[in-house]
Design a protein around this ligand. Structure first.
Ligand code: CAA
Length: 257
């Protein structure tokens, strides 16, 4: 049995992390199940956009499993950290956009999973944070790297060293989330965004994400080199031919079967 439920409908895969008794906290099995579920969506032609959420109405993911980490030594922590980091990289490197539907606490590893997603939408009751220092440890699944990239190092320094909670409205104000909506509107908002994306060419989407990902932290010239290469790659593909021709013929393009 998997800790991640998968539902595919109209090219949208919804992955629900399902360990409600522990507020969806992530042990080895949950990490592995989430990575496998994301990978299976990447390989599945029926999927164009992936939404990740948590079960229940209280938590997205309350972090890595603290009870498991209690007995961990440096070697175990290295393996657990690397497994979690690899899982976040699988999400971040997905050629299909991944949307985090943050439906409650997104703490520690939960905040880190949301930050690996391409787009974050939060419900009004969502709370973000990297409270690891309260436990005498530090964010090990990308928090020290992705938080400063999203909100700037000044705020990331404060959020990580205080370990304080960041409520949804502040998360929106600092650019940590794209939208905040009432909890009962969360999945509809994510599906609206997914449906807008699904009107567009899958290769164009994948190559755009590739440019954005590879450009972060690089000089403009290095980023532009990736951009022009991906731009040229798309020409001559069936998809670009369909999109450009559809415009000229004044009709909607048909990118998916
Ligand atoms: N690991 C394991 N179990 C957890 C958990 C976690 N991260 N978070 C919550 N739980 C469990 C609780 O132990 C509790 O289980 P029991 O009923 O068996 O005691 C159950 O979930 C419900 O939690 P609470 O009773 O604590 O619920 P609450 O509403 O009072 O508080 C909360 C909610 C503020 C989220 C609180 O649970 C909390 O602070 N959780 C820990 C958050 C945290 O520190 N996360 C970071 C983990 S470290 C990390 O993630 C490292 C990394 O970078 C990879």
């Amino acid at each position: 049995m998997s800790f991640v439920e998968k539902k595919i409908e109209n090219y949208i895969a919804t992955l629900t992390i399902n360990r409600p008794d522990a507020l969806n906290a992530m042990n080895d099995e949950v990490v592995s199940d989430l990575e496998s579920a994301v990978q299976s969506c990447i390989n599945d032609e029926r999927v164009g956009v992936i939404i990740i959420t948590g079960s229940g109405d209280k938590a997205f993911v309350a972090g890595a499993d603290i009870k498991k980490m209690q007995s961990m030594g440096p070697e175990g922590a290295l393996a657990f950290g690397k497994a979690g980091q690899q899982m976040t990289l699988t999400i971040e490197n997905s050629p299909k956009p991944v949307i985090a539907a943050v439906n409650g606490f997104a703490l520690g590893g939960g905040c880190e999973i949301s930050m690996a997603c391409h787009i974050r939408v939060a419900s009004e009751n969502a709370t973000f944070g990297q409270p690891e220092v309260l436990l005498g440890i530090l964010p090990g699944w990308g928090g020290t790297q992705r938080l400063p990239r999203l909100v700037g190092s000044g705020l990331a320094n404060e959020i990580i060293t205080t370990g304080r909670m960041v409520k949804a409205d502040e998360a929106k104000a600092i650019g940590l989330v794209n939208h905040v909506v009432p909890q009962d509107a969360l999945m509809d908002k994510c599906k609206d965004i997914a449906n807008q994306i699904l009107r567009n060419g899958p290769n164009a989407i994948a190559q755009s994400l590739d440019c954005i990902r590879k450009g972060v932290g690089k000089s403009t010239e290095e980023g532009l080199a990736v951009e022009v290469e991906n731009f040229s790659k798309l020409f001559g593909t069936e998809e670009a031919s369909e999109g450009l021709t559809a415009f000229v013929e004044k009709r909607s393009p048909k990118f998916r079967k």
